[in-house]
Design a protein around this ligand. Sequence first.
Ligand code: PMP
Length: 344
Amino acid sequence: MPYAQHISELVGDTPLVRLTSVASGLAATVLAKVEYVNPGGSVKDRIALKMVEAAEASGELRPGGTIVEPTSGNTGVGLALVGQRKGYRCVFVCPDKVSQDKRDVLRAYGAEVVVTPTAVPPDHPESYYSVSDRLAREIPGAWKPNQYANPNGPASHYESTGPEIWRDTEGTVTHLVAGVGTGGTITGTGRYLKDVSADRDAAAGGRVRVVGADPAGSVYSGGDGRPYLVEGVGEDFWPAAYDPSVPDEVIAVTDAESFDMTRRLAREEGLLVGGSCGMAVVAALRLAERIEREDAAAAARAVIVVILPDGGRGYLSKIFSDAWMQRHGFLGEPTDGPLVADVV
Ligand code: PMP
């Protein structure tokens, strides 16, 4: 009778599903790796588990310790559920721009949430960064995972996400597409897939090509950190978790393209996912089109795996709200069901 002893044991082993509607007409097989089926609802459960286990092994995190991290979202949920299993207190620091809903999710898992003002510079004592550093210093037994610099983030993907993709595509994957936030996903998964396919014959697809997807304006695709609305991806600095030698290229995608595709994934593919998923799919489809233009034979055997990091429920009042989309200039006409006049 197989069952888990705790939900945190069910992290990983996420499925691949073919994108049939948004990729229709393309010769390549485009497969989405659906990370929202992880217990905490995102890809970040993977790094949470690995970072905590590694800190326990190194002695940085001891029984009864406290996990302190500046995070408002997916990483916090992953750490909260792993921490709960292992008896650690969790203290997360969020800027006040983070929605009440997101803070409530973390509290629902039993975490403590400290809210800091957004409108102060990073070196201000009340800033998100200063407060989390101070708490990590002052709380006895505190440990700060620091997902932006922790090598166990990429390592978790090297050990799990990469091998799952290789196994589930039966060694036929030719391209990996992933959004870049901390860079952990693309660095670890991409490095594994490149290593495992290093000697594969050209006729079988050659070495896996790794393609980053990035919000236009972010540093990874050559921007200067200019603001964008898609969440969880893009940066205005270069985190240590990102190895820029892994991606062969990075494709920039605008917010408008990302959000339009995010809505299409829900309506056409039954995939209610977040905005960084729409972004990654836009990059994957652009890649598929280019391969087809350049080399029809390569397109026919291309197996493009695109990572969908989280689900869409956290974005109902944003990407899936016509009013919000219109306010930000993304929608011409309302599309949320029939207008009252039509019903009458
Ligand atoms: N999408 C979302 C919604 C995320 O929360 C993250 C993590 N910041 C990413 C994509 C990118 O993943 P990574 O940090 O591994 O680059």
